[in-house]
Design a protein around this ligand. Structure first.
Ligand code: BGC
Length: 405
């Protein structure tokens, strides 16, 4: 481990202006960017880093979906696909060098469509998590969104960014390899205002950092809350529950919810509740506790599905969360510019369908660490704002650091 993630991330030699330009590229311009990116110079360190592109699958309409395979010198490999800009797989050695895929995913597009509500590995937009009653007001105007989660809108509505085919180009630099994905979301998409151009850059380096950098620009005032929805199981996807894996969340407060999982608007202390992960705690230790909050999240057996209010002030050098698996020695740490994290224990998985590699994905078979602004912020003036002003640039950075390296 050489440094904290915050220090290293102007790394790719593409400044803000270039990112913004890439954001607005379409068609032939994008193809040119692809070539340029492929041709960029490589140093010694980069010899251990590689990104390769291959065909993943086709959509039912016959559109080609590409896969970008990122590898580093530690035997780590991350696959990103252009359907939903998803992390499709993360292969990581354990303490003895044995590799496993620790991200829940599918190996074909049809499964991603048929099991849309899993959001496995996807980039979520325009608004991650819930907006109460599918409505919000901005600049005095009311916007109505499709409701896809009881009375509420979840993860951008019925057809969010997870269902879109993103344009993509490889990234190669001395320090990292990756893929840049872009998507243009026209004014009024899923009820949200503004033409929105979005860029997501995944990069992998030799410190086992998977970095996700998001940027977006809108031509009208709008709201935005992007996140990534990867489910981790550090023992390997399909290997059972994550209840023995040990979580630490650097948060003294969380946003309690009502029965439709909308925050009440209060920030509540985690102390003396099952939400207290300020010290490393097995995920399963308190998951069955007799707590109305846990029952809202998972009425039958309990589960975590809450937004924690991070103590990190958006500082990428401060650890936001860590989960480790004592058995395999694998660990993931999260660093983020965001004020919150949704820690979700895949409460709806029930083993009724199989994932990639034929894995059975059972109850509590994975956890997410969704770096985000708080749910329903557009209707909660006291929460940090999710308004993006016309012409201003939205950015977000989240780093998942994996051990052992
Ligand atoms: C939400 C869960 C939801 C899941 C969908 C999570 O981000 O918080 O309530 O069931 O996504 O897969």
């Amino acid at each position: 481990m050489t440094s904290n993630p915050g220090n290293r991330y102007s790394l790719l030699g593409l400044g803000a202006a270039a990112t913004l330009a890439a954001t607005l590229m379409v068609g032939p311009a994008m193809a040119a960017a692809k070539e340029q990116s492929t041709d960029s110079g490589m140093g010694d360190n980069a010899a251990h880093l590689a990104v390769t592109e291959s065909d993943f699958d086709k959509t039912p309409q016959g559109e080609q979906i590409e896969r970008y395979h990122l590898t580093n010198r530690n035997g780590m490999a991350v696959d990103v696909i252009t359907f939903g800009a998803r992390v499709q797989s993360i292969v990581l050695p354990d303490k003895n060098g044995k590799k496993a895929d620790i991200a829940l995913g599918f190996d074909n597009v049809k499964d991603y469509i048929d099991h849309q509500s899993t959001y496995f590995g996807a980039i979520i937009g325009r608004y991650g998590n819930r907006i109460a009653n599918g409505t919000f007001k901005l600049d005095g105007k009311t916007y109505n969104l499709p409701k896809n989660d009881g009375p509420n809108t979840l993860h951008g509505g019925t057809e969010g960014f997870d269902q879109k085919i993103w344009a993509a180009a490889p990234i190669r630099s001395n320090d990292a390899v990756g893929v840049e994905l872009t998507h243009f979301s026209p004014d009024g998409t899923m009820g949200f205002p503004g033409d929105l151009a979005v860029t997501v850059r995944y990069t992998l380096d030799n410190d086992n950092d998977l970095r996700i950098h998001y940027s977006a620009v809108s031509d009208k005032d709008t709201v935005i809350n992007l996140t990534n929805h990867t489910y981790f199981n550090l023992a390997g996807a399909g290997s059972g529950t994550v209840l023995d894996q040990v979580a630490m969340i650097n948060a003294n407060q969380y946003t309690p919810i009502n029965k439709t999982l909308i925050p009440t608007g209060k920030l509540a202390p985690v102390k003396d509740t099952p939400m207290d992960f300020t010290t490393p705690t097995p995920i399963g230790r308190n998951i069955h506790a007799d707590s109305p909050q846990l029952k809202y999240a998972e009425p039958k057996q309990g589960g975590y599905d809450f937004n924690w209010v991070l103590n990190t002030d958006g500082d990428l050098d401060k650890l936001a969360a860590r989960v480790s698996d004592p058995q395999s020695g694998r660990m993931v740490e999260m660093y983020t510019s965001e004020p919150g994290v949704q820690f979700y224990t895949s409460n709806f998985l029930d083993g009724s369908f199989k994932g990639a590699h034929g894995n059975t994905l059972g109850h509590w078979g994975g956890f997410t660490l969704e770096a985000q602004h708080y749910p329903n912020s557009p209707n909660q003036p006291d929460f940090p704002t999710t308004t993006l002003k016309a012409g201003q640039k939205y950015t977000q950075t989240t780093v998942y650091r994996f051990l052992p390296e």
